[in-house]
Design a protein around this ligand. Sequence first.
Ligand code: IPE
Ligand code: IPE
Ligand code: MG
Length: 256
Amino acid sequence: MAGSESKGDLPDGAGCIPRHVAIIMDGNGRWARQRGQPRHAGHRAGVESVRRVIEACVEHGTEILTLFAFSSENWRRPRSEVDMLMELFMVALGREICKLDKNNIRLRVIGETSAFPQKLQRQIAEAEARTADNDGLLLQIAANYGGRWDITQAARRLAQQVASGELDPADIDEACFARATAFGDVPDPDLFIRTGGEQRISNFLLWHCAYSELYFTPVLWPDFDKETFAEALSEYARRERRFGQASEQLDKANTG
Ligand code: IPE
Ligand code: IPE
Ligand code: MG
């Protein structure tokens, strides 16, 4: 559980294959511009990359994939682009849900979805219910998600529990806070990938990426393929995750 490790233990994802991969899928607009096409062509092409990365995760044995599809700041884009993204989300969900279900994938949409059109909210609820019992890859789509929103809603939730007498403020520790976040029931991301060349977090998993390995690639999201994913995994396997310990301590643990 996120943040629940005791201080001496290392999280489960500290092995060679990341248990949880989170991706900021960036670069759709630039991909389209390079081809003289409108931005929506890039978003459409990006859906193919989503399909590829899901397959790659299943092949490599990654258990959880979290994709940043729409940030709480993306409402600032032109109305036509926002509408197009909502429409694309609905169409892609409608088209893919059968296949996701057949492949034993559990879908979860995380974020302030109440701001979405009613039809999309219904579709999300149906897709989540349909795949709820699947125990293969957990696919989490962060939609209208912001790391600051998540931390704020967790604080509000805990404050409500304190106000109603259910929770003693003295019992609020990191594990308790982590559980109140929208990703509170899954381990933190081991590998955090951003495509498109920018080296920033853009308000994604602020609480949860405290010890994630960050991987930035210039590859634009519509060009992201299994090879790019495998490169990220190779780089991840070369990293030494110390979680505050000294390198020598890890060597000793590895050699017994
Ligand atoms: C990411 O691609 C998709 C979303 C944010 C929805 P962009 O649309 O940000 O592509 P660039 O950064 O303009 O190239
Ligand atoms: C981050 O990409 C959000 C998603 C990929 C959904 P942006 O393209 O919105 O990020 P900034 O604005 O360049 O930081
Ligand atoms: Mg962008």
